[in-house]
Structures are given as structure tokens and as C-alpha cells.
Design a protein around this ligand. Structure first.
Ligand code: NAI
Ligand SMILES: N[C@@H](CC=O)C(=O)O
Ligand code: NA
Length: 438
């Protein structure tokens, strides 16, 4: 059936927030109006843009006559609301008001979805409207739709990847240009990658929110931000980056969501975000700057890999516009997007169940017998050693050495107990770092 844009009334689109992503979405709605109309079957009429300040400097593509500070009135007058202001409130109330008034919602707000997704789903379901959020995970990369729809007939076992552009940019800059964390964060902010408060990026909250969203979709189970075991990148030092390189690795902030079974045979899911040593020849090691990559392992599909721009105004606008076209087509032609799928209701397991190889870096006395004392503590917890590397160094008058131990795969709980015991040995001056190895 040919779509005839002129014969149907336009759809009224409201945009909430006109920052990095909002401006790019507005640009494309304005400059690509004819093409979008042809794809949807009617025009997408931008009826208002909710902003904080009417006087702020803006890109010339933004029609000042469309600006309003009354977001509440705007959402009640639209067919589709595109929420790009971020944060929890007032975004949450506005999205709920929009859904309650029968508007479809497209949002990029991972923080809100990870905190209150079920409430939003329920409101969308009650009103019989669409809630789409492709931009909320990994920017331009189509990953929400593949997990939510394309893999709906398969069993996802594991998702693994780099889902925060800012921290990847920062770690990449620290590794390749020797920048310090603060400098690199400033650059990421200037490039439009960082959250309004970049603490969300560097402390891992943003990646954890994305991991929660993906895990919920993949495992048909509600996983919220608080269920994600999270470590950010702020404790990483230039020495960590250098040691990663010396041992043939690259440091990446990885999100992992996987099905797991406890020693007692209880099935559940594990979701975590943590700095991880990625072998230099692994495809994830080559993910540079603000790019993201997600691996999905599914029972029938096998391994899938998704790669692309995970942050930035223009790339993210691609995902937003894709959603906008989908929900608009439903309005025009009928049909509806998926509702929440949480029937599996798997428990989120304790992080101690997570299994990985680990690299433990210690500063020890450089004298005979030290290695055997340390090795004995690992053996006591049944943590087996894959390799040991000892590098002498002179600190002041004392001879000390750096000991880098890589373990075979072991439960996090056992590694934690081992590290505590090792730290208490008199010959161990300091446990400098404990990092999982991919
Ligand atoms: N920047 C990026 O690369 C990506 C951002 N996102 C998400 O997209 C959303 C927007 O992000 P950005 O555009 O980067 O943020 P931003 O901070 O550049 O833009 C947000 C805009 O919303 C406005 N705003 C905030 N509260 C408001 C209110 N109560 N009323 C009216 N306007 C209000 C702010 O003044 C600002 O102009 C966030 O949820 C973010 O997590 C998602 C993927 C990528
Ligand atoms: N701040 C986020 C933006 C995209 O989601 C990031 O850096 O990935
Ligand atoms: Na995406």
C-alpha cells in the first residue's frame, strides 16, 4: 500500500528538552520533514519544544516560536512525546502524563527506565500506546529492538559489552594519549557524550542503567538499577592503565548480564558493570573513543555482535527518529509495539556467584618465600593460579616487588576472601588492584 502523506491529518510531536540530543532531533524533524512524512504516511508536525529558559542561546534550526516552559500543557496536546530532558523528575511525571493522555512516548532516558520502567510500561499498557526507547541503550546502535523483538523467540544467555561512550572515551584517552581522567572527562563533555552530571558516567551509573534495561528485556525479568553490581572508573590510575598494557590487555568498563546457577542449583541472573582487563587481541579491545559494542549470546542464534556510536547528539538522534517513525506508523496504519515482558521473574543473584578470571596486583617484600606464602592463600580458597609475573622495583631504601597474579576462572566470592587473606600477610605491603579479566 502506498503511503499518502497529504491525505491524513499530521501527527503532533512534542519534544521535551533541547540540549545535545534534543537539538539534533529537532534539526532532523525540520530538515527531513518531507522524507519522514513519506515514510510514516503523514507529516510529523513539531508543535512545541519544552525548555528551561526561553532566552538561552540555541542552534538556528530551533524555531523560537515553538519554545515553551510549560511542558505539562505541551504533553497533553501531543500525539507523540519525545522526552530528551533526562533525569527522574519532572521527566517521570511528564512521561506519565503524556501516556495517560493517550500519547505515545519515545525516550532516551535510561536513568528513568532503569529506576521506574515497570510504572511506565503499565501506564503505556493501560492507555494502549507505545513506549519506545532505542536511544536509551548504546546510542545509535540498534540493540533494544533486537533484544526486545528480534530475539523474542530465542533464549539469551549472556550480554556483554561497552555501553558507555564517555568512559570508553576517557579510558581510551588515558591509554593512548596519557590524558588524566579529569582532562578526558572535560573533552567528553565538550563532545556531547557525557550526562548532564558526568558522575553518572564515571561512577558507572549510566552503564548500570543500560545493563538493567538490557537484562530486563533479555531475561524477561525485572532488573532495576539497584540490582546491578556497579564499579566505575574513578579509582583507576595511570599505573593501572600502564600495567594493563604491560600484561597484554586494555582496560574497558564492561557491562555483563548473564544467566547463572548457584552452587545449590538455584537459577537466576547476574548483572554487573566493572572495569575489566580485555586481552589486546579481543574485538572489544579495539572499540575506541565513544564507540560502544555489545555481544549477545543466545541459545539458537549463537553469538551476535553490535557495534557503533554509543553517544553524541547526531548518532543518538538516529535512534530517536527510528522510534518516532515506528510509533507514528502505528498511529497511522494501526498496530502496536511490544509491552513489558517480565514473566520469567528470575531472582537477581548475589555478585559473589559471578565467575571470572582475575588479575591481582600486589606490592610485596622482595625476598625468598613470599610467592609461596601468597600462593598458599589462593590455594586455601581453591583459587587456582594461571600465571605469575614478578617485577622487582626499589622504593626508597626497601627492596619491594610487584607481583601480578592471574587466576583461572573462580567465583568472585572466593577471590574476595583470598584477597583479604593475602592483604593480611606481613610480606604483602599493599593489594594495589583486583580486576576481572575477560
Ligand atoms: N548525549 C548523549 O550522547 C546521549 C544522551 N542520552 C540521553 O538523552 C537525554 C538527553 O541527553 P542530552 O541531550 O545529552 O542532555 P542535555 O543536558 O544536553 O539536554 C537536556 C536538556 O533538557 C533540558 N531540561 C532539563 N530539565 C528540563 C525541564 N524541567 N524542562 C525543560 N527542559 C529541561 C536542559 O535544559 C537541557 O537543555 C538524557 O536522558 C540522556 O541520558 C541517550 C543517549 C546518548
Ligand atoms: N553519557 C552517555 C550517553 C549515551 O548514552 C554515554 O557516555 O554513553
Ligand atoms: Na540504541
Amino acid at each position: 500500500m502506498a503511503l499518502t502523506p497529504g491525505s491524513r491529518p499530521p501527527l503532533r510531536v512534542a519534544v521535551l528538552g533541547c540540549g545535545v540530543v534534543g537539538t539534533e532531533v529537532v534539526r532532523r524533524l525540520v530538515t527531513e520533514g518531507d522524507e519522514l512524512a513519506a515514510r510514516v504516511g503523514t507529516r510529523l508536525e513539531l508543535v512545541g519544544i519544552a525548555v528551561r529558559s526561553l532566552d538561552a542561546e540555541r542552534d538556528e534550526v530551533v524555531d523560537r516560536d515553538l519554545l515553551t516552559t510549560d511542558a505539562d500543557a505541551l504533553v497533553r496536546s501531543a500525539d507523540v512525546v519525545v522526552e530528551l530532558m533526562g533525569g527522574i523528575e519532572p521527566a517521570r511525571s511528564l512521561v506519565l502524563a503524556a501516556l495517560g493522555a493517550g500519547a505515545c512516548v519515545v525516550t532516551a532516558n535510561k536513568a528513568l527506565l532503569a529506576q521506574d520502567g515497570p510504572t511506565l510500561y503499565a501506564a503505556a499498557d493501560a492507555a494502549g500506546v507505545d513506549l519506545y526507547f532505542e536511544a536509551a541503550v548504546a546510542g545509535a546502535i540498534p540493540i533494544v529492538r533486537p533484544v526486545r523483538e528480534s530475539l523474542a523467540g530465542d533464549t539469551v544467555q549472556r550480554l556483554l559489552g561497552i555501553v558507555n561512550g564517555t568512559t570508553n572515551y576517557v579510558l581510551d584517552s588515558m591509554t593512548t594519549e596519557g590524558l588524566d581522567l579529569e582532562q578526558a572527562v572535560k573533552e567528553a563533555q565538550a563532545l556531547g557524550y557525557a550526562e548532564a552530571d558526568p558522575t553518572a558516567d564515571v561512577e558507572g551509573y549510566d552503564a548500570a542503567a543500560k545493563a538493567a534495561i538490557l537484562a530486563s528485556l533479555a531475561f524477561h525479568t525485572r532488573v532495576a538499577l539497584d540490582d546491578v553490581d556497579r564499579t566505575g572508573i574513578t579509582a583507576l590510575t595511570a599505573a593501572d592503565v600502564a600495567w594493563a598494557e604491560r600484561t597484554g590487555h586494555v582496560l574497558k568498563l564492561l557491562a555483563v548480564a548473564e544467566r547463572a546457577r548457584t552452587a545449590e542449583g538455584r537459577d537466576g541472573v547476574l548483572v554487573r558493570v566493572q572495569p575489566t582487563l580485555v586481552p589486546a587481541d579481543h574485538p572489544l579491545a579495539g572499540v575506541r573513543q565513544a564507540f560502544n559494542a555489545v555481544f549477545v549470546e543466545a541459545e539458537a542464534a549463537g553469538e551476535l555482535m553490535f557495534y557503533g556510536r554509543g553517544a553524541g547528539g547526531a548518532p543518538t538522534s538516529s535512534a530517536v527518529l527510528g522510534d518516532l517513525v515506528s510509533v507514528a506508523r502505528h498511529r497511522v496504519l494501526g498496530g502496536k509495539g511490544p509491552v513489558e515482558s517480565s514473566h520469567a521473574d528470575l531472582p537477581v543473584l548475589d555478585r559473589g556467584e559471578a565467575r571470572s578470571r582475575y588479575q591481582v596486583r600486589l606490592e610485596v617484600d622482595d625476598r625468598p618465600g613470599v610467592l609461596s606464602r601468597v600462593a598458599a592463600e589462593l590455594a586455601a580458597q581453591d583459587v587456582s593460579i594461571e600465571s605469575v609475573r614478578q617485577t622487582p622495583q626499589l622504593t626508597g631504601d626497601d627492596a619491594s616487588a610487584t607481583l601480578v597474579i592471574t587466576t583461572h576462572t573462580a567465583p568472585e566470592r572466593a577471590v574476595r576472601a583470598t584477597v583479604e587473606a593475602v592483604a593480611a600477610l606481613p610480606v604483602v605491603r599493599q593489594v594495589v588492584s583486583v580486576l576481572p579479566v575477560l
